[in-house]
Design a protein around this ligand. Structure first.
Ligand code: ADP
Ligand code: MG
Length: 467
């Protein structure tokens, strides 16, 4: 039997709700597809559908109880609250209050999940560590992640995301972090913001939730560093730490050796020289690692052991995970970046492709789909990728989507592999082109459906893993 996370008395106390039976829960779930036996099921309205429709299914899968705001059931005990999302917030508030753990909040335009996972691994070398699952970073993902935190936790790491102004502050106040990290600020979701400055202001709201002794950890290499420092001061941060390659950084990159699937990094962490192997490729990941080591230090963990743990990081599904595929007698390598894309992560992934070593005659191929939600500047942001593709010596480029047609127009003829309006239409062009030894990097926003191309190349038995 798993450890007890919640009992009916504590949950009633936390939410002010009415429990019609005694129960103990070993977990919390809002989704019956992933619910595990012993979980408390929280029926949230309108995440995808009305969760109240799934109460019976939850009990069938072994839920110990359900938190509901309406209806009735004979299948198991309920905790009745006026609003289940508020109820989940209340569980989070209670769970946060009952731990003595040191807590980190991570936000930024890109790199939140990568940094959260890396920090989780690094802290686990020093104590019992709890982190958010997947990219649970929104109005239900954050409270759910906090409510899942065991009482006996030494360190916890929560991801905070946003699509619109005003979303970060209430989540930051639930997390009540000792350390709040901004990985970077970049044009992502620009459709919903009038400028990147405005995006930076919204990210700075993460500091509103800092505890009185809280530390702000900010990317010192970005133009918004000063703006974010000012936000940290305004919100009363006790200390501000910059990380990066910049001379003003407190946690600084000393040197980096990039290779195809990993990096060797030397960092100056508050004047202590730390040398470590990073199990993922790309300079951007090393920058995330600096934020990780700064956080470990400020959370009271062991920096050296944390750095050693970073050797074991592996790329996440759809974010750099590799596959080998065989097609028509050719063996090709695929770097699967199909989970998401924006100008910052697109550049990072193109640089990683540029670092790949191919045999003579084989090629580095970029297979790219539209970056979505970029608003009016979208066309130019796509066309601008021509430069980095050339700088990184990408041999051959395949493009899908209406936005990518802008890049196609400006791409030198020698680099043009093929263009199609959709990823499905691009599949035959890519399949015809691949040769033995080629390395393909496939990336686009989730809505661009670039995983179609990977699915066409990979034999079904090769598992691609979850996002
Ligand atoms: N600091 C960074 N700068 C640029 N790209 C990054 C950075 N960190 C991660 N990435 C890339 O961005 C993509 C999304 O990473 P992820 O960590 O899932 O970000 P988020 O959780 O913020 O969406 C991946 O392709 C990853 O390789
Ligand atoms: Mg994420």
């Amino acid at each position: 039997m798993s450890a007890i996370l919640w009992n009916s008395a504590d949950a009633a106390d936390a939410t002010g709700g009415k429990s019609n039976g005694d129960w103990v829960a070993s977990g919390i779930s809002i989704d019956t597809r992933t619910l595990e036996s012993g979980d408390l099921f929280v029926a949230i309205d309108g995440v995808n559908q009305d969760g109240h429709k799934f109460i019976e299914a939850a009990f069938e899968k072994g839920a110990c109880a359900a938190m509901v705001s309406r209806g009735s059931t004979e299948s198991g005990p309920t905790l009745r609250v006026p609003d289940t999302l508020e109820g989940l917030d209340s569980l989070a508030t209670y769970a946060r209050r009952r731990v003595t753990a040191r807590i980190a909040a991570i936000t930024g335009s890109v790199g939140k999940t990568s940094t959260k996972e890396a920090l989780g691994m690094a802290l686990a070398a020093s104590g019992r560590t709890h982190i958010s699952a997947a990219s649970y970073n929104n109005l239900w993902g954050v409270p759910l992640s906090i409510a899942r935190m065991p009482t006996e936790t030494d360190f916890a790491v929560f991801e905070i995301g946003m699509n619109h102004a005003g979303e970060i502050r209430p989540l930051a106040k639930l997390v009540r972090a000792h350390v709040a990290v901004i990985t970077t600020v970049a044009p992502v979701h620009t459709e919903f913001f009038s400028s990147v400055d405005e995006i930076a202001n919204e990210k700075g709201e993460v500091f509103s939730g800092l505890e009185p002794d809280g530390v702000a950890i900010i990317n010192a290499d970005i133009p918004h560093y000063e703006r974010l420092r000012a936000a940290a001061l305004r919100h009363g941060a006790a200390e501000i730490v910059g990380f990066g390659a910049s001379a003003v950084a407190d946690v600084k990159l000393v040197s980096i050796e990039l290779s195809a699937t990993s990096s060797r990094v030397v960092a100056d962490v508050f004047s202590e020289i730390v040398e470590f192997q990073l199990g993922v490729a790309g300079r951007h990941m090393a920058m995330n690692a600096l934020a990780v080591l700064a956080s470990v230090h400020k959370m009271g963990g062991d920096v050296q052991r944390g750095a050693e743990a970073l050797a074991d990081i592996a790329p996440l599904g759809g974010r750099g995970r590799r596959h080998v595929a065989r097609h028509a007698g050719a063996e090709v390598q695929i770097i699967d970046e199909s989970y998401n894309a924006n100008p910052a992560s697109m550049r990072a992934a193109i640089c990683v492709l540029g670092q790949q070593v191919v045999d003579e005659g084989a090629r580095r191929m970029a297979v790219l789909g539209d970056m979505l939600e970029l608003g009016a500047a979208s066309g130019n942001m796509h066309a601008d990728l021509a430069q980095i593709l050339q700088e990184c010596r990408i041999d051959c480029v395949f493009l899908a989507g209406p936005q990518m047609s802008r890049l196609w127009e400006v791409l030198p003829k020698s680099m043009r592999g093929g263009y199609a309006p959709t990823s499905v239409d691009l599949v035959p062009k890519v399949l015809r082109a691949v040769r033995d030894g080629d390395i393909l990097m496939v990336k686009g926003s989730l809505g661009s459906n670039m995983s179609t191309i990977i699915d066409a190349l990979i034999v079904p038995s090769e598992s691609r893993g979850a996002h």
